[in-house]
Every structure is written in C-alpha cells, then in structure tokens.
Design a protein around this ligand. Structure first.
Ligand SMILES: Nc1ncnc2c1ncn2[C@@H]1O[C@H](COP(=O)(O)OP(=O)(O)OP(=O)(O)O)[C@@H](O)[C@H]1O
Length: 436
C-alpha cells in the first residue's frame, strides 16, 4: 500500500534521530508447554521504542503480545537475544518502566492511597504521600484516596492502576490491554483522558506501548502499530494522523483496513504497484527544491550520509529533515538503512542527470509513487478538457485531512507535478491543468 521501503531490522522510520528508550535485539522466548513440549512464542524479534512515541502491539490472541511487553519490562528474561534500556543491557526489571494491567492488579486490602503508594517503596513518607496524592489527582480519583478497590467501579479501579504506575514517574509506560475489562463508554472515557494527559505533557512519561487486540483502539492511540504473528513482527503501520482522531474520517478507516489486512496475512507494506489512497497515504510535505538540496548533499558525501551528521552540518535538528527524507524515500530517490540515508540509482541519476532528464525521472517516480499526484493525474486525464478546479480536489481531501492539511497536501502535489511537467496550475482561477 505504501511505497516506502521500511528498514527490515529497525521498525522505526518516523523516529530517526529520536532517542531509543527500549531496544529489543533478536529476542526469542520459548516456554515449556504441556508435557515439556517447547513453545516458541517470540522468534528473533527486533524492535525499538523511541522517545516521544506511542506504539500499539496488535495481534491475535496467543501470538505473544503480553510476552513481548513483559520482556520489555524485564519481568521475563528472554531465552534468546537481548534487551537494552537507554543503551544499557537490561538485567532484571527494566529501570524507568511502569506497567498497567488489564486486571488492574490492585491489592484488595489496601486503599487507593495504599495501592498507589506501593509504587514508591523506599521513598520517604512525606514525599511518598505527596507524590501519591498528585498521581491520584492526575487520574481524577481525588476524593477516593481512602476507598478500597471493592468500593470502586471498574473504571475507577483502572484509574487507580494508572495512578500506581504514573506515581513512579516512569520513562516508559507499558500497558497490557488496560481498557479491555471495562465497558465501552468507560473505556472510551479513560482512553480519551489518557491521550489528553499525554498530549498536554501532564506526566513525565516519554513513551508508551500498549498491547491490544482492538484495531480501532490501536489506530486511535498509536503513532506506530506493530502487528505480531508467527513469532515475529508481521508488519508495521505508521499513523500520521493528528489527535484527537476522527473515527469517521476515511483515512481512519483506511488505516483500520490496512491493519486488518496485515493481521489476516495480506502484505500491506512494500506494494510497489499501488501507492494507495491519497487520503491514507499523506505526502510528506517537502518542496522539490528541498528534496533536490538533500539529494545533492548526500551525493556529495559519497551517496550515503548519517542523518544526525547531516542535520548537524546543516544546523538543523534531525527531525527538521524528516519530511524531506520521507519524501525522498517515498519517491524512491533514497532509502534508509537505520539512520543512514542512501541515494538509490534513480536518486543518483536524478541529481546528476541534468535538468530535462532529471525532470523526466522525477515525473515517472512521482506518478508511480506519490498517491495524490497519481490521483490528480488520473482525475485530470478523465475530465473533459484535462482541467479541474482545486476546489474539487480540496473537497475530496477534506474527507481525510483538516482544511489546512488538505491545502498543504494539494500544494505539495502541485509543486511536484509542476516540476515534473506533469501538470500546470492556473493560480488566477485555481484550475489544475494536465500538461500538454
Ligand atoms: N509462563 C508461561 N509458560 C508457558 N506458556 C506461556 C507462558 N506465558 C505465556 N505462555 C504461552 O505463550 C503464548 C503467548 O502468550 P501471550 O500471553 O504472550 O499472548 P497474547 O498475544 O498476549 O495473548 P492474549 O491476547 O490472549 O492475551 C500462549 O500460548 C501462552 O499460553
């Protein structure tokens, strides 16, 4: 569906330049099953959780989602491979991690306060009390400090579960189906509040991973969805949608379909023939001039360059380069190997080929790989006189993007199409015109 080629060893192309928090390297987990028969649940899984992201681990029942989460938390020592936390090997419980469980896991003989304070063993009384009260406040349980779990509804128990995890101010919050024991409305409420707190930076956590088998929940919450199956990661989806996400947007449905197709075994990534719907596969917003500039720099450095070095040299943050890098990768001008950008043969030909041959290469790549450019060309080709108003495209794009995003998507496609001499744009009346 997307033409972006993902690096095969590191599942995190959106996160280049961000700090890795937990890295799993070729992790395997084999349990002794019934009658001592070995059961391999994870088989050489590599995955990195980066600073700033929410990752959903999606998969069928029994595929090893909880096992993967427990290995990340250091609750299980894997039978193969290794786990690192901020570059240091994990031995025993992973530092900086707190967990939230489906079953709430509260001690029935302790009050809410007592349960939350449990997360702070070893902290002085007064400090412990202050932090517990703060955490209880953040999750909206103030007033229930002295209540016992049996006096609370399911939703309130899970709030206490979150408070007990957050009171530790964890770097990483790992959640194992935290909403699936709750009724639909309570789950929705808690999910929304968690996202609001996350977006507002109301707690110190830098990254979250959530296990779920609910596709909609994964698309609502995550920046990245990893689909687990057959002992490994079957596929990955990037969710580049602003929050809060509109469940009714076509793009949302497109992502759910894509996740479903990976779950059920259809290959979604790497389908070169179909760049997918422009409503789901947004164009990285980078003008051609910027992509050309990047390609020139990389070419001048032997056709491969480390992104952080490049950013440093240019005086940018690595993140500033991301849309430009994403655009080059989407078009097929470059590929990423971990954090190194490497020009493809087409990328080299584009940079070195001179103006007209360069334009021809770009035109072909944009038509093949950029969903919105392709859609616009098809629509113009099917119109009476090869001419359509930008209002037409904006109206369609608004089904998947905000007003502002829709305009920027169209402007990017026009910029790419004009450079490739595929189309013209008549700014006076806002018409897009197929190039003659
Ligand atoms: N400690 C253990 N000993 C033996 N087998 C185990 C152990 N823990 C998990 N398993 C088995 O490993 C497989 C994966 O379990 P896991 O709980 O990780 O799956 P899951 O994807 O989280 O499933 P679910 O969605 O149903 O919770 C299951 O077959 C389970 O029975």
């Amino acid at each position: 569906m997307t033409a972006v080629t993902l690096p095969t060893t590191a599942y995190g192309p959106l996160n280049r330049g961000r700090a890795p928090l937990i890295s799993m390297n070729e992790v395997s987990q084999t349990f002794r099953g019934g009658q001592g028969v070995p059961l391999t649940v994870l088989d050489g899984v590599s995955f990195t959780l980066y600073d700033g992201e929410i990752v959903a681990l999606l998969g069928r029942s029994g595929c090893g989602k909880s096992t993967l989460l427990r290995v990340m938390a250091g609750l299980i020592e894997p039978t193969g491979g290794s786990v690192e936390y901020r570059g240091e090997p994990v031995r025993g419980a992973t530092p900086g991690v707190a967990m939230v469980f489906q079953s709430f896991a509260l001690l029935p003989w302790l009050t809410v306060m007592g349960n939350v304070e449990l997360g702070l063993e070893g902290v002085a009384d007064q400090e412990r009390r202050r932090r517990a009260l703060d955490a209880i406040d953040v999750v909206g349980l103030d007033g229930f400090e002295t209540a016992y779990p049996k006096e609370l509804s399911g939703g309130m128990r899970q709030r206490a579960g979150f408070a007990r995890a957050l009171v530790r101010e964890p770097d990483v919050l790992l959640m194992d189906e935290p909403f699936s024991a709750l009724d639909v409305l309570t789950a929705e409420n808690l999910r929304t509040e968690l996202l609001e707190l996350w977006s507002a930076g109301s707690f110190a956590t830098r990254a979250m991973a959530i296990v779920t088998h609910n596709i909609e929940e994964a698309v609502l919450l995550a920046d990245r969805i990893l689909v687990l199956g057959d002992g490994g990661i079957k596929g990955e989806l990037q969710v580049r949608r602003p929050r809060p996400r509109d469940r009714h947007a076509p793009a949302f449905h497109g992502l759910m379909d894509a996740a479903y197709r990976i779950l059920t075994g259809d290959k979604v990534t790497g389908d070169e023939d179909d760049p997918g719907s422009p409503l789901v596969n947004a164009l990285p917003m980078a003008p051609v001039g910027a992509i050309a500039g990047l390609a020139d720099w990389v070419e001048a450095r032997g056709r491969a360059a480390d992104l952080s070095d490049l950013a440093l040299e240019l005086g940018f943050e690595a993140d500033d380069l991301l849309p430009i890098v994403d655009a080059a990768v989407l078009l097929g001008l470059a590929r990423l190997v971990d954090s190194t950008i490497v020009l493809t043969r087409q990328g080299v030909n584009w940079t070195r080929g001179g103006i007209q041959p360069g334009k021809a290469i770009f035109a072909r790549l944009a038509t093949e790989n950029a969903p919105l450019v392709r859609t616009i060309l098809r629509a113009l080709g099917g119109s009476r006189d090869g001419r359509l108003s930008d209002d037409f495209f904006l109206a369609v794009l608004r089904r998947g993007f905000t007003e502002e995003e829709a305009r920027r998507q169209l402007d990017t496609a026009i910029d790419w199409g004009r450079y490739g001499e595929l189309l013209e744009y008549d700014a006076k009346n806002g018409d897009l015109v197929l190039a003659s």
